[in-house]
Design a protein around this ligand. Sequence first.
Ligand code: GDP
Length: 425
Amino acid sequence: MLAAVVGINWGDEGKGRMVDLLASKFDIVARYQGGNNAGHTVVNDHGKFILNLIPSGIANEGVINVMGNGMVIDIEHLCGEIARVRDIGISVTPQNLRISDRATICMPYHRLLDVLEEERLGSHGYGSTHRGIAPVYGDKYMKKSLRMGDLLHPDTLRRKVEELVEWKNMTSVRGYGHEGVSADEIMEWLDKYGTPLIPHIIDVTPVLLADVKEGKSVLFEAQLGALRDIDFGIYPFTSSSNNIAAYAPIGAGIPGCRLDKVVGITKAYSSCVGAGPFTCELFGEEADRLREAGGEYGAATGRPRRVGPFDAVATRYGVMIQGADELALTKLDVLSMYKEIPVCEAYEIDGRRVDHFPVGDSLDKAKPVFSSVEGFNCDVTDCRRVADLPDAARRYIDYIEKASDCHVRYVSVGPGRDDYVDMDE
Ligand code: GDP
């Protein structure tokens, strides 16, 4: 079984907790894109912790975690993250954490360039997390980057670094009026943070292919949501990689394999970090109330998230481009405060109702068409079976199923691993 767990909306849908839950049924969990620019929050027997780079299967004993070729890895951050995870009693070894030798290294100068460019853009910035993601993906496609496998060849590393640093200073760093970076400092950084990772670095492709052939199951873990995909998202307010499910086998290292199942994660309401069009956005007290109830502050950055009700237009689009077979609807408990649950059922552009997700300038012009669904208005955190859910909650779940055109399989009612209802049970 090859399955992907992907975000249907703008990210922060609760993918980490769903992967943590589902991972116990899989042999391998593979991250296939992105870097440390977003956090996945996991709450289980080890407490509450946030993973930025390490796949969310790490807390499940016996699960092999793979960081695929589609990822960009800040090795300094990864060393810190491994230490934090070990501190809470989770074992991280070359056996349970394997890093693709084809994954790209996110260098200190990528972080620097991210900051310099957002400063230059000022109020027109993209809302970058300053983790170097756009610059490093840019360099990957310019074929001017180091890959994790380069750390295995110290004899040629210095020459590669010198060439990269010369080009980087010439083409960009000094262009911002910065003094430039030196090969010596980069070599020191690579030595300090790259050396401890060497035992984890392998060519994951033959290993994963052999595992799949043997019948082992793989869970592919996405970072961010469908609307942040570089091609199908709200460009340029997207991430810099393809995060949709179709890319999962490619970014994980087994491009010829086909997915058996796509589980889409969508929240019972909407949230969005950073800039860009977010049609269903609520403002003022209404927004503050929902933000507080849902604890909507960035896992990686602490930034308050923009919030809104469930967005039928964006969710249907997310389901479609992800090819989702079923949905996990998270954070239903957060809506217990509402007598009437607000929803965004359509958009309006130039006075016309629109039911499909628009692109570019049309999206910028879109206004929300709000309506509401009867609320359940009571605590649902103890619900574990369908029969425990109040009728109104079941009707809200039915509404989401119809509006998103996808079966809701799981409904989560709290952050803990077991706080969920399997609607098919
Ligand atoms: P991810 O990046 O998609 O994994 O999502 P985040 O970790 O950024 O955000 C999800 C947040 O919601 C985390 O703080 C989770 O602990 C929390 N969470 C997940 N599921 C539920 C739920 O069903 N109810 C509540 N109240 N919180 C949840």
